[in-house]
Design a protein around this ligand. Structure first.
Ligand SMILES: C[S@@+](CC[C@H](N)C(=O)[O-])C[C@H]1O[C@@H](n2cnc3c(N)ncnc32)[C@H](O)[C@@H]1O
Length: 138
């Protein structure tokens, strides 16, 4: 059974996925979702309807540089990479490089790997380092 998110019935959630989300989901995101479904922790992946909302917010904000805390297999990472401009940058942090590498072939196929700097680390340590580097540049 699909998770129902904020909606109250599985039927309504399925209707929205079938009529609005899946038909317009980019092929490579579908592919990444399929690859992620084979992972033992597949439940952790971003749901495609939530992904659509993230994509909308990125577009509204005209985002160019982002930080991804918690990459898993990279569904929201790929959708971010597809939403930002070609010279945009994403610092992507996760303690689990293997999960990131599960989705990496799809990210490479999408031609957006150059926008991503993956850091294998606990988030707080990596974010502290980013801040220190920023302060050094001031
Ligand atoms: C819910 S999943 C992220 C889902 C992902 N954004 C997606 O689109 O599928 C959470 C991720 O956070 C990572 N994580 C958990 N604790 C962490 C920490 N302290 N620092 C960095 N990553 C962490 C886990 O390894 C896992 O891959």
């Amino acid at each position: 059974m699909e998770p129902i998110s904020v909606l109250q019935t599985h039927d309504l959630y399925k209707y929205i996925l079938d009529t609005s989300v899946y038909p317009t989901e980019p092929e490579l995101l579908k592919e990444l979702r399929a690859v992620s479904a084979t992972h033992p922790n597949a439940f952790m992946g971003t749901a495609p309807d939530a992904g659509r909302m993230i994509q909308l917010l990125l577009k509204i904000a005209n985002a160019k540089r982002t930080i991804e805390v918690g990459v898993f297999t990279g569904y929201s990472l790929l959708l971010t990479a597809l939403a930002i401009p070609d010279d945009g940058k994403i610092v992507a942090i996760d303690i689990d490089r293997k999960a990131f590498e599960t989705g990496l072939p799809v990210i490479k196929k999408a031609g957006v790997e150059h926008k991503i700097e993956f850091i294998e680390s606990k988030a707080v340590a990596a974010l502290d380092k980013l801040l220190d580097n920023l302060v050094e540049k001031l």
